[in-house]
Design a protein around this ligand. Structure first.
Ligand SMILES: Cc1ncc(COP(=O)(O)O)c(C=O)c1O
Length: 387
């Protein structure tokens, strides 16, 4: 066994401290402004953030909200999802994607993903449409997930959505800031949702989220839904809604973080490129679709020797994590829902092989050299044998 390699300094999986140190003065001033004006709910920073997010991604409207899960629920409510209606979602995702459907009484139908991008497979989407029809489920729409920061192959997915008369909600909780062949995330599909959970590429210091749409009428409905379905005023209720507002303090923090986000996205892309160049040749790299960029929420590898590799990294002080160890169609809460064509072989395989390396915009070349070295030639040989 090769000796552990001493790390010069601890590498964190997601290091929020380095970013905070960079903009701490501006964050302190932004929070102080909110404390001074005292408009903690829907203060001026909320509207300012929404305008800045729209300008950043090119969406006509942005509705900020309490978290990425509420963003999905709001989007589905705006689309009028009814109990019993089916919505096709990937199984290889965080539970919130399917949870939002089930919470409204809808039926998630799970589709498979592609082995190299981990994003929804268009052929499996077609199979999911057939499965829903065979089971007599009225199909309403599709939620794609731009997993780990990369947009799905929308050129393949959108025609299938259209041909079947469905709506498309893009769950971009991990992908705000990415671009699909000239179209920024936020402008694809009928609605796009995102999350500002602290660990996301654009994160606040608590929970936060947003919904993006180009449609004026949808935006009016979303605004009403966010505040208990309000009509002309606070005490006029015209529909069932929720309390889904983003706190003013979080909006103030996000404004400061958004100001450096474009730079951070570039730094993330450089970190990914450096990993691509530095990692031992036997390891598979994440695949990017031609003409697309990723927000690089995660840098995720696949290996038949995952456990040995992760153990070796840990021994050398390098954190790694598995997203996702158990896909949704195998979770107790979701295992009774339909699965496209009866099986999701790629998702099942990924569950056994994927693992993610430290990823944040402040990883240095030196950090990454240590991470790459930490794999150790011997363990990488084991991995090559396991492929
Ligand atoms: C793909 C995906 N969808 C939805 C969510 C939910 O976002 P939130 O935690 O802000 O509710 C997440 C968060 O991890 C996510 O990764």
């Amino acid at each position: 066994m090769t000796d552990p390699i001493p790390m010069r300094r601890a590498v964190e999986f997601i290091d929020l401290g380095r970013q905070q140190r960079r903009i701490r003065d501006r964050l302190d001033a932004a929070v102080a402004r909110v404390l001074d004006h005292g408009a903690y709910i829907m203060g001026p920073e909320v509207g300012e953030l929404e305008r800045k997010l729209s300008a950043f991604c090119g969406a006509k409207h942005t509705l900020s909200c309490a978290n990425g899960t509420d963003a999905l629920v709001l989007a589905l409510m705006a689309k009028g999802l009814k109990p019993g209606e089916a919505v096709i979602v990937p199984s290889f995702t965080f539970c919130a994607t399917a949870e939002a459907v089930a919470m409204l009484g809808g039926v998630p139908v799970f589709a498979d993903v592609l082995e190299d991008t981990y994003n929804m497979d268009a052929d499996s989407l077609k199979a999911a449409v057939l499965t829903a029809r065979e089971q007599g489920l009225p199909l309403a729409g599709v939620i794609t997930v731009d997993i780990f920061g990369q947009p799905c192959d929308y050129d393949a997915i959108e025609p299938i959505v259209r041909e079947n008369g469905l709506w498309l909600v893009c769950d971009a909780a991990q992908a705000f800031g990415a671009v699909h062949r000239g179209r920024p995330v936020g402008t694809i599909g009928d609605l796009t949702t995102t999350s500002f959970f602290p660990a996301k590429p654009l994160g606040c210091y608590g929970d936060g989220g947003a919904v993006f749409t180009d449609d004026d009428e949808t935006m009016a409905v979303l605004k009403s839904l966010r505040v208990h379905g309000q009509g002309s005023d606070k005490y006029d209720n015209v529909r069932i809604g929720m309390n889904g507002r983003l706190d003013t303090v979080q909006a103030a923090i996000l404004i400061e973080k958004l100001a450096i986000f474009a730079e951070e996205l570039e730094a993330r892309a450089q970190v990914a490129d450096r990993y691509d160049a530095l990692l031992p040749p036997a390891l598979a790299r994440p695949a990017l679709l031609p003409g697309c960029t990723s927000a690089w929420a995660q840098y995720t590898l696949r290996s038949g020797a995952r456990d040995a590799l992760m153990k070796r990294l840990k021994e050398n002080g390098v954190p790694s994590a598995i997203y996702y160890a158990k896909p949704l169609h195998r979770q107790r809460a979701y295992q009774h829902y339909p699965v496209a064509g009866g099986a999701l072989p790629v998702t099942d395989r990924l569950m056994e092989t994927v693992f993610s390396l430290p990823m944040h915009p402040y990883l240095t070349d030196e950090d990454q050299r240590c991470i790459a070295d930490a794999f150790g030639a011997e363990v990488v040989a084991t991995q090559a044998a396991a492929e």
